[in-house]
Design a protein around this ligand. Structure first.
Ligand code: HEM
Length: 423
């Protein structure tokens, strides 16, 4: 409060906003328990910085507005998955905006940006684990895991980030350092001096240690899904032009991303179910059923059937449902049309169909692993997105990804994430 009132009574320069002091208070008690006086003051500051001006807001004002929107979501009564994960601060699609979308056929920059973000998120999660294990931080002190679990998290985190580190040229070649060392160095650059968005996007609802990991893993998957959306849109454009090779390559890249991210689920499986059940009492209303990127990914593969479109799955992402109603194209339709119009023939049809099947297998595997993880953590409790919980996931896990090609729905139980031990 003191830092804020002195900031307000001075120049109130957004560049000098006392983020550290505000974050420290949020971290001390958890977002759910922040004092009303502090929230009211932040609300007052937000009103001040959101006064419309003739010029577009500069980056410091925009950052402050975005931060306050995330910090005040519970106060405003609009707390949800997107605000819980601070997707806006991470510049990931969160519903109100268009988000990064189609590229012009040169995907390298967008891919590198995503790789950098993913690596930053994982490095930060591991840095927190190591700092807590050596008592170098008093952040989120409840239910700290033992050293063995921390070591396992470190191994799994390095595995999850390694493909991105290699693509970025930061690790992996004979003369390069080990991914673990690179991650350690990256984590050492943690904000405030490093990336403000990364630093500001960690606002747990409670003071349980494992919530840090939970948030970072969800954010990593959001980063991944946003990337998949770009790849799928580019696939559709390539199919519409009858270009089999780029379509298959984009799908193959998307499949690799999804498969390579598997260790993230294993990492999350090391979460202590009791810790999870404690902090999730305060995450009610925030569920990944509200993930815009996931539903975009699903609907870009194939237009969902009417029953699914009108179910909570899409009611919770109305902006995606509207796009589908407005005729959003899908890979399934684009593929059928390209074959029907002889834009794709012979070996090209097989090439694309194979890539579609492989991508579908990766999505189905993701769903099965997710279902297993949710069962382990949640048991028979309902979801925070107001479904009945794992029975919902059991129903949706075998929805076909495509219908224009046949694919194997796979075993019904799926592979267990390897990180944790069953309850
Ligand atoms: C402790 C770990 C997790 C548990 C217990 C869990 C539980 C659930 C539950 C119960 C649902 C159904 C909706 C609801 O009522 O909330 C759901 C949906 C969903 N979850 Fe998770 N989840 C976990 C981790 C994750 C992770 C790491 C992701 C990655 C982003 C994720 C992505 C999704 C998505 C995309 C849906 C919507 C699926 C659909 O509507 O078809 N979940 N989850």
């Amino acid at each position: 409060m003191r830092e804020l009132t002195s900031w307000l009574s001075g120049a109130a320069d957004p560049d000098d906003f006392p983020y550290s002091a505000v974050l420290a208070e949020y971290h001390r008690v958890g977002k759910h328990f922040v004092e009303k006086e502090l929230l009211a003051l932040l609300d007052q500051i937000r009103a001040q910085v959101t006064v419309p001006t003739a010029d577009p807001p500069g980056p410091a004002v925009q950052l402050l507005r975005d931060f306050l929107d995330v910090a005040l979501d519970k106060w405003d009564g609009r707390y949800d998955y997107r605000s819980y994960l601070a997707l806006r601060l991470l510049r990931l699609p969160c519903g109100e905006d268009e988000g990064p979308g189609e590229d012009d056929g040169h995907p390298d920059r967008a891919r590198r940006d995503r790789d950098r973000l993913l690596v930053g998120l994982v490095a930060d999660a591991l840095a927190f684990e190591l700092a807590a294990a050596s008592d170098a931080t008093d952040l989120l002190p409840e239910d700290r895991p033992d050293r063995e679990v921390v070591a396992k998290r470190h191994r799994l985190g390095v595995r999850a980030a390694s493909p991105a580190l290699v693509r970025l040229g930061l690790a992996g070649a004979a003369h390069d350092p080990e991914p673990a060392a690179v991650l350690r160095d990256l984590a050492a650059e943690r904000a405030p001096a490093g990336e403000p968005a990364l630093w500001l996007s960690m606002l747990p609802v409670y003071v349980s240690h494992d919530e840090y990991l939970f948030i970072r893993v969800l954010q990593s998957y959001e980063c991944l899904f946003a990337g998949l959306v770009d790849e799928l849109r580019a696939t559709i454009a390539a199919l519409a032009a009858g270009r089999a090779r780029p379509a298959a390559d984009r799908l193959a890249y998307a499949r690799e991303q999804l498969t390579a991210a598997g260790p993230l689920f294993s990492l999350l499986a090391t979460m202590q179910p009791t810790a999870f059940r404690t902090f999730r009492q305060y995450t009610d209303g925030a569920s990944a059923i509200q993930s815009r990127s996931y539903k975009l990914m699903e609907s870009l593969c194939r237009t969902p059937e009417g029953t699914r479109l009108e179910s909570p799955a899409y009611q919770q992402v109305p902006e995606v449902r509207d796009r589908v109603h407005a005729g959003q194209p899908s890979i399934d339709e684009a593929f059928r049309a390209a074959v029907r119009d002889s834009l794709l023939t012979g070996a090209d049809v097989d090439l694309v169909a194979r890539a579609m099947r492989a991508f579908a297998a990766a999505v189905l595997q993701w769903r099965r692993t997710h279902h297993r993880l949710a069962t382990r953590m949640l048991g028979s409790r309902p979801g925070t997105g107001y479904t009945e919980g794992t029975p919902y996931l059991a129903t949706v896990r075998s929805i076909p990804v495509f219908t224009a090609v046949t694919h194997d729905p796979g075993p019904s139980s799926g592979t267990a994430p390897t990180g944790g031990s069953p309850e």
